[in-house]
Design a protein around this ligand. Sequence first.
Ligand SMILES: Cc1ncc(COP(=O)(O)O)c(C=O)c1O
Length: 464
Amino acid sequence: MASTMLSVASASPFASLSPLENVKGKLKLGSASLSFNKAKGNPFINAKSFCRISMVAAVNASRFESVTMAPPDPILGVSEAFRADTHESKLNLGVGAYRTEELQPYVLDVVKKAENLMVERGENKEYLPIEGLAAFNKVTAELLFGADNPVIKQQRVATVQGLSGTGSLRLAAALIERYFPGAKVLISSPTWGNHKNIFNDSRVPWSEYRYYDPKTVGLDFEGMIADIKAAPEGSFVLLHGCAHNPTGIDPTPEQWEKIANVIQAKSHIPFFDVAYQGFASGSLDTDAASVRLFTARGMELLVAQSYSKNLGLYAERIGAINVVCSSADAAARVKSQLKRLARPMYSNPPIHGARIVANVVGDPALFNEWKAEMEMMAGRIKNVRQKLYDSLSAKDKSGKDWSFILKQIGMFSFTGLNIDQSANMTSKWHVYMTKDGRISLAGLSLAKCDYLADAIVDSFHNVS
Ligand SMILES: Cc1ncc(COP(=O)(O)O)c(C=O)c1O
């Protein structure tokens, strides 16, 4: 009956307004239909029930019939499936969020201190300007480039606070779409899944450059260079500043130099995504080395920053887009256009996370405490990485070399498991991970390494 009611209304949203005497119509039920009118026995002849039914129909009818069900997000959907699993050994290695050794979410002490300061100061909740909190924009650019960097001193960086890494990438994509029509963005194969969504939704064309070599479970450096070389001059090249997601494989400093050479030779524009500064090596400066190398060569470039991981501010949505320009004048113009793009998208950014970052980075004592906490988090992940390697080497009697895991960096490890093997990890072992074989080591504890190693060895050898 429900679908009958729906069909009446979809014939006309104003069906309930028809005078009863003149009711004529067609009921559609799937492919079948039923014609009726009052004289031949209208099913709605009872005036009271007709009104009730047709009112329900008007409410139930959807103007969004053509909207299809979207598939679950490949990364966030993993957490939903994990929550639904009741198995005691289940393990969520899908989302890249830091967990303690007890596998609990972690709020940094330094963040709590910064929040207490905010409460003590009784700070208000007035709107921020479109470009965000000035104190945040200042410290975030300094943290990335180094406070003494000439690009900062010469005011050649346009910095705008963004809605974390994703929102900052999105703003940059909107800038590319508006001012570089037709320009292509080159993204690594593979890359963080949301990159493609961001450029698709921004109507920015993209193509992939080779990055991961399944044979070595390492970097396909030759392929990467060849593809960047082959791209049309003036393309944007999206680079993960450190801790490449999903592979955990970063170029060496020498390789970064060569990448910069080819990008410069082709007049491409580097576009860095820095979502893990400090979280990869434990050092903020080491993890910014790639960005600083390109900057030191005098190149114009873009950098999207995120504080989700390194300050654990996932839900605060705090990050920034920085555009390094060849002159202060160009930077001022770029900034004005970034603001113009942001205004109709979200008007102005949220203040809470911006104040936390400004308080932590801007205060020498808190800044040092943060660095120590970040080292602790990065250190825990390194320990887990080592233990997983040890467990795999001990359990796998086939002689397979698992040392590629130790060469990877950051939160993630690309296990080399294929889609069916990854599916086995979930269906048989209750280990939740993305289909591409990526696991988040930040969601793993030392205590669970043996269990995970059993699951990986079984999936690798017993599923083709
Ligand atoms: C490579 C990369 N870029 C950007 C982001 C953006 O994250 P957020 O929007 O939470 O800052 C992530 C998060 O996983 C990431 O891995």
